[in-house]
Design a protein around this ligand. Sequence first.
Ligand SMILES: [Fe+2]
Length: 296
Amino acid sequence: MAATAAPAGNPAGAPAPYHRIRLQPISGSLGAIVHGVDLRQPLDAETYAELKRAFLEQLVLFFRDQDITPDQQVAFGRNFGELHIHPFIPSLKDHKEIIVLKAKSGEEENLRLANAWHEDLSYTNDPPLAAILRSVNPPSRGGDTMWVNLYRAYETLSPKMQAIVEGLSAWHDVTHTYRRQELQMPGGPERYAATFKKAPPVLHPLVQVHPETGRKLLYVSELTTTHIEGLKARESDALLQFLFRHIDWKELHCRFYWEKNSIAMWDNRCTAHYAVGDYTEPREMHRVTVLGKVLN
Ligand SMILES: [Fe+2]
């Protein structure tokens, strides 16, 4: 099967052909469904090389109808790098590399870590390279996930605004996700303090260079970015509000509808994502997270 697809990561680049996989882009900005791969089988070298190239070009790869076991999900993830053990989210029994994202509905409390634009684990010094999320029990409607192309977020700023953000760094703090109500519950302040101690705030440049593509990107998270270093609070608040609005610009997005056994694999270095909380039925997703700065 041979096909080409214009690279979302680099719209100006000439698309190279694919021979083992076929890509079906789902938006103008980023994201493509991959056809021609059975993730129950080990990847041959050529298919793996094409998936890596597609991943860097499209930023998010999607797969449909991949009825894989936890072992197969772990094996697929390990192709790309070492896997992460999450500090907070529960994992699957016997598979500590697979975290279980379970919700009774979109309103459920754990969604506070999901329905705002964020890069996973941006509140750590070395946020992971990629995530591979599989839909185990999707709701019959709703619960889509959206991604934003952070290269385009940087590139669509004016040169003068790029110059302003270029020299700035921002703090990322996971305790920013705590709601006031949680703090007021019994044990709330202790849980907050323990989280703060376990994951103290970290500083990341607002503009980063992707370690593999060399392209600049805008790195900001609605969930965890609290303030910009060196600015007065009013300046920081105003600039962050603008940047949050900017990455919420629809032209920079793709949106994926989950079916059972759908898989999304995203580059966590140059995309942020948003889990839309509009579902009213239970949902279960399994994720493996790939560590590192560059793909294996
Ligand atoms: Fe996330």
